[in-house]
Design a protein around this ligand. Structure first.
Ligand SMILES: [Zn+2]
Length: 288
């Protein structure tokens, strides 16, 4: 199907929560939609765990509903073609009771969730698939779950033995979004100077940056220069009001880092296996 010239360039992004599409890779998504690529998003949960002030919940029945509307706002600005929810529940940060909820994304068998993602891969036939890195950026259990699920779905979608109502399909490339390492190291160094603890970082003090720097030392194979779409990404960021505490960039390491080193978003290539010294500037390199 990829050889069919009428099949548009398509990217499928598989992430855990509303805001992951914008905070971590909104520049990349905006860039590709502006180039005419059809970008679809599969979102594992509605990010329903956490606290939200009552004024933000006005007009909504739940946190999940509010966050879905924020995602749809951002998706419109980024220019996404489709947004699909898998319908699992936010698993919360490690060690919280939300981990044990029967519908928590991180508590599901990988193959079960992967089967749903296979459906989207076979139906949409993306040349490029993107997900979280193996430690989910900052070790959020849902990010790690979506990483495992997407990796598995990428294999299963191409396997003719795995029978669904759609034909097997092999996307050309698989990428994991990575945290910019220089930025992480810098944050660990600067945190104490700002009176912050690098082991208990972020809005909820539940992000261990110091450990992430060590464990998340993944290679970077693709550098996407997003300078031309920074304003679009900022506009999409503003949609996620509930995650920003009313001011852009107050929550999460990505938001903070981005303000300083935000014009390049980085990815590690998982498939095809990267050759030594791989340095791409376009996720569709070699596809067209
Ligand atoms: Zn997330």
């Amino acid at each position: 199907m990829i050889d069919n010239p009428s099949h548009p360039l398509t990217m499928l992004v598989c992430l855990a929560h509303p805001d992951d599409e914008t905070f971590g890779m909104g520049g990349t998504l905006a860039l590709y939609t502006r180039r005419g690529v059809q970008v679809h998003l599969v979102c594992g949960t509605r990010g329903e765990v956490g606290e939200m002030s009552p004024d933000l919940l006005q007009g909504f029945n739940s946190i999940g509903e509010r966050r879905e509307s924020e995602l749809r706002c951002a998706a419109g600005i980024l220019g996404l073609t489709g947004v699909y929810f898998l319908g699992y529940r936010d698993s919360g940060m490690p060690g919280t009771a939300d981990n044990q909820h029967p519908n928590a994304l991180a508590a599901q068998p990988v193959d079960k969730v992967a089967a749903s993602v296979v459906h989207y891969i076979r139906q949409l036939q993306p040349q490029v698939v993107v997900t979280h890195d193996p430690i989910g950026g900052y070790k959020h259990p849902d990010h790690i779950a979506m990483h495992r699920v997407t990796r598995r779905a990428f294999e299963l979608a191409a396997d003719p033995i795995f029978i669904t109502d759609l034909a097997a399909f092999q996307p050309k490339k698989l990428y994991y979004q990575t945290m910019p390492k220089a930025l992480l190291r810098w944050a660990v160094r600067i945190a104490p100077l700002l009176g912050m603890d690098a082991h208990h970082f972020g809005h909820n003090k539940d992000i261990d940056l110091a450990t992430i720097v060590t464990e998340g030392d993944f290679p970077t194979h693709a550098y996407i220069n997003c300078r031309s779409v920074i304003a679009i990404r900022d506009e999409a960021t503003a949609c996620h009001t509930s995650q920003l505490g009313g001011a852009i960039g107050r929550k999460g390491p990505m938001a903070l880092f981005r303000r300083f080193f935000g014009s390049t978003e980085t990815f590690m290539r998982a498939f095809p296996p990267p050759e030594k010294g791989l340095h791409e500037r376009d996720l569709f390199e070699g596809v067209e």
